[in-house]
Structures are given as C-alpha cells and as structure tokens.
Design a protein around this ligand. Structure first.
Ligand SMILES: *Cc1c(COP(=O)(O)O)cnc(C)c1O
Length: 469
C-alpha cells in the first residue's frame, strides 16, 4: 500500500506543479498553440514505444508533450466559439471527482456525489427560473443535453398519438414534425439525427436570427391538429446572441399540442441575471431546456445540463431497469442521461455555484455582457468597422468593410477571435464567456485587433502600390 500511496503523491504533485505553471502564465501567455496536432501525435506515439516510466514521469512527459499545442482557452483574451474558462472552486472539485472515481449512475451506490448533484440540479432550476420538480441530467455537453431532452419530447408526442416509441421504434409509427429556427445551432440538428428524426423544417428568422412567431404560426397551421410536433427554440444565437421570443413561441406551439424545447447552451444563463432576465421572458413555459455548465458557468470541460419539466417521459426515454442495478422509485442519475457510467460531472457545478453564490452567478453573467459591449464599442470605433448585431448578450459580430478585408483581420495571438459568416457577410466573431476577462484583457484585445487592421491595410496599400502603373 505504501508504494501505491507514494505513486499517487508523486503523480499528484507533478500534476499540481504543471497545472499551476499553466494557470499562472495564462495572464501573459499568447493564446494560440504553436505546435500542430500532427507534431504532438508523432512525439506521443514515439513515447508509447519506449519502456514504461513511473507515474510522475508520465505526468511530466504529458506536460511537455501537450504544452506547445495547448490553446489558452481559459485565458481572459480567448473569445473563440463559445467556450468559457475554469473557476478555481470548480477546478478543485474536478480533481476530487477524478480522485474519488465515483461511477455516478445510481443514488444508492454513490450517494456522496449523487446527493451533491441533486442539490446542484435543484439550485440550477431556482437560478434559471425553471419549474421546481423538473428532472435534471448532467451530460457531457449541450449536444447530449439536447439529445436527452428531445428523446423525452419524442416519447411524449408519440405517446400522445398512441404510439410507444421505446417499445415499437420509429419505423412504423406516426411521423414527427420538427420545427426549428433557420439559425438554430448545428448541435440541435445532430441531436435530431441521433434520434432518427432526420432533417427538421426550418422556420424563418428576423435580422438578428430570432425565430419569427408569424412564420411559426403558419408552419404549425400547416398540419392537422394533434400531429406529433417538436418545436426547438433558441436562447442565445451563436452569432448575434439573440433570443427567440420564448414565451410567445411556447404558448403558440402548445396551442397546437407541440412539445417545446429550448436550446440555451449559453443563453439560458440570462435568466440568472436580473438585468438580463427580460431576454428569456416566458422561458419556464417550455417543456425542456438544454444548457452547458462548461460555457457560461465556467466549470472545466465537460458538463451540460438537460432539464425536462415532466420527469415521466424523460425516464421513459432514458431510464434503465435491469436486474443487476440497484433500482428505487426515485430516478437515478442513469435514468436521466444518455450515459450509464459516468464521472460525477455535476460536482464541479455545485462547487461553482457554492463559490459564486446567487448574486455572484448574476454578476458573472452581467460582467460577460458588459465586456462584450465594451469590445463592441471599441471595435466599432476602428476604421471602417461596423458591429452587425445588436449586442444584447455576450456575442459580437464585426465587419471591417469588404469580406476580403474582414477575413484578413486576424489578431496576432494576444487575443483569439474566430472568423465566421453571418447575415451573408464575413465577420470577426467575438464571444465573451470567461469569468476572468477584465478591462485590461478587453483593452489588450482591442489593441491587437487595431494592429491587425493596420497591418491588413498596410499590406493592401503595398499590393496596390506594386500593381499601380
Ligand atoms: C455550444 C452550443 C451547443 C453545443 O454544446 P456542446 O456543449 O458543444 O455540446 C448547442 N447550442 C448552442 C447555442 C451552443 O452555443
């Protein structure tokens, strides 16, 4: 036993030392990686052919291997996609989760972590203004959360049409109509594919990407009453940050007997902030909601959350009952997630909520939005730049004139922002999701874009001079 304990100590000491080195250099580090995946893979494969080494040395090798290829996603100057950083309490909790090694499927088997997850889930319902008593499943991300919620919806709308999909499958059953906004996230489409529901019907959106309720009304009227229908709404558009008119659309869909699901991977958190809550008015009138804890809440990867108002269809769709499991009348974690075996990924969520407090969660979300507005204002003041979206939340899309000029503006590594296309134009897309981003990060990032614009214009002038007669 002594030798094992020593091996753990040494491995953890090495891990703590490398983790601290990484975290401490984040404030000054360039954001993008230097090495490519191909570089790292070649060296990683080489090491696998060498004789084994002790645990601490393995950890040292990993730090050396991955180091040059790490993207500083948890830097305050990382604004790519929608990702988020790591709150200290959540990181500490995550280390414990791995040490405890609890397979969090059954309450009776792993009560220490199942109880913490249940408390985190109940508190999330409170913070996000969702109905008490809803089922909560901690999944790997919003994609599996969307899948979990829509599996419950699939069960419910087919049961309404007299069809037991868990027993009979989809093939001979009634067709399910699925309506999504034209600007819905690819993850919803993926979830629908997993569930055998194919390509959804797309409903028109307005200039911010918000679902138009007049278009939804027309689409709903286009089917016989009672036709099994799923309507997927969005809280937080990837480009504009905009929110579908949730309450109005939910009421409309319910009048047609549809199941209403909300993909709120990062946008659902507006509900936790008094200043932003109006964006999600009527949110609680949907049937299911998917969100991420690894984005806005800043827990380490990976953690999504699936919430379903009526636990019955969720358990019918995802629950497991076999002789070798410890079954009770109360839903087990494995009854509300697509996984059977999994880590206690809800524990870091509890830690994040505990360390922030209710007001701290609100302040976190509001700070992200304030930083997005400061970035938008700074970007708009650059020569030829225009912010294309209404900055209501954490997302900013900026154009620098022509698509060609916009695509050429790439910040120099001081900050990371991804290019994209939105509203038919090339854009530089800024997503503010990190708890640690401060005013200095915002200023340094604006300076980086300013330099990038100047460099692009300098190159263009150079090219123009060369080609001039
Ligand atoms: C990120 C995101 C998803 C997918 O979430 P994962 O955690 O990557 O699975 C779904 N919808 C929206 C709006 C998102 O921003």
């Amino acid at each position: 036993m002594g030798a094992e304990a020593d091996a753990y100590d040494e491995a953890l000491r090495a891990a703590a030392s490398h983790a601290r080195a990484w975290l401490h250099q984040l404030p000054d580090r360039r954001v993008p990686p230097k090495a490519t995946a191909d570089d790292v893979r070649a060296r990683a494969l080489d090491l696998l052919t060498e004789p084994p080494v002790d645990a601490a040395q393995v950890v040292d090798e990993l730090a050396a291997l991955a180091g040059p290829g790490l993207m500083a996603i948890n830097s305050g100057r990382f604004f790519g996609w929608v990702m988020g950083g790591v709150l200290p309490a959540a990181l500490g909790a995550d280390w414990l989760v791995s040490s405890w090694d609890q397979n969090t499927g059954m309450r009776a088997a792993t009560p220490g972590v199942a109880g913490i997850e249940e408390a985190a889930g109940e508190w999330l319902l409170h913070l996000l203004g969702l109905p008490a008593g809803s089922a909560v499943g901690f999944s790997t991300g919003a994609t599996t959360a969307n899948t979990s919620c829509l599996a419950a919806g699939r069960n419910a709308v087919l049961a309404g049409a007299g069809w037991d999909v868990e027993e009979n499958g989809l093939a001979e059953g009634p067709r399910i109509r699925v309506l999504v906004g034209e600007d819905s996230h690819a993850s919803v489409h993926l979830a629908l594919r997993y569930l055998g529901l194919g390509r959804p019907e797309r409903v028109a959106v307005d200039d911010q990407g918000r679902l138009r309720t007049d278009a939804l009304a027309l689409a709903l009227e286009d089917a016989p009453p009672g036709a099994p229908t799923l309507v997927c709404l969005q809280a937080g558009n990837l480009h504009s940050g905009a929110f579908d008119p949730l309450g109005e659309a939910a009421d409309l869909a319910h009048r047609h007997g549809a199941w209403v699901h909300v993909d709120g991977a990062f946008g659902l958190w507006a509900a936790a902030a008094p200043r932003l809550r109006h964006l999600v008015a009527g949110l609680d009138r949907a049937d299911s909601w998917a969100t991420d804890a690894h984005k806005t809440l800043n827990v380490p990867y990976d953690c999504g959350v699936a919430v379903v108002h009526d636990p019955a269809p969720m358990r019918a769709a995802l629950g497991v009952r076999t002789s070798y499991l410890l079954s009770t009348d109360v839903a087990d974690p494995l009854d509300v997630t697509v996984e059977m075996s999994r880590r206690a990924r809800g524990v870091p969520v509890w830690a994040a909520l505990r360390s922030l407090g209710e007001d701290g969660v609100a302040a976190l979300v509001e700070r992200l939005v304030d930083n997005a507005r400061a970035l938008a204002d700074g970007l708009a003041s650059l020569d030829g730049a225009r912010v294309l979206n209404d900055v209501v939340y954490t997302q900013v899309c900026v154009s620098f004139g022509s698509d060609e000029r916009t695509a050429a503006v790439i910040a120099d590594g001081t900050a990371w922002m991804s290019g994209s296309r939105w509203a038919g134009r090339a854009v530089l897309r800024v997503s503010v999701s990190n708890w640690s981003t401060d005013r200095a990060d915002v200023e340094a990032s604006l300076d980086a874009v300013r330099r990038a614009v100047a460099a692009v214009d300098g190159r263009r002038r150079g090219t123009a001079a060369q080609t001039a007669p």
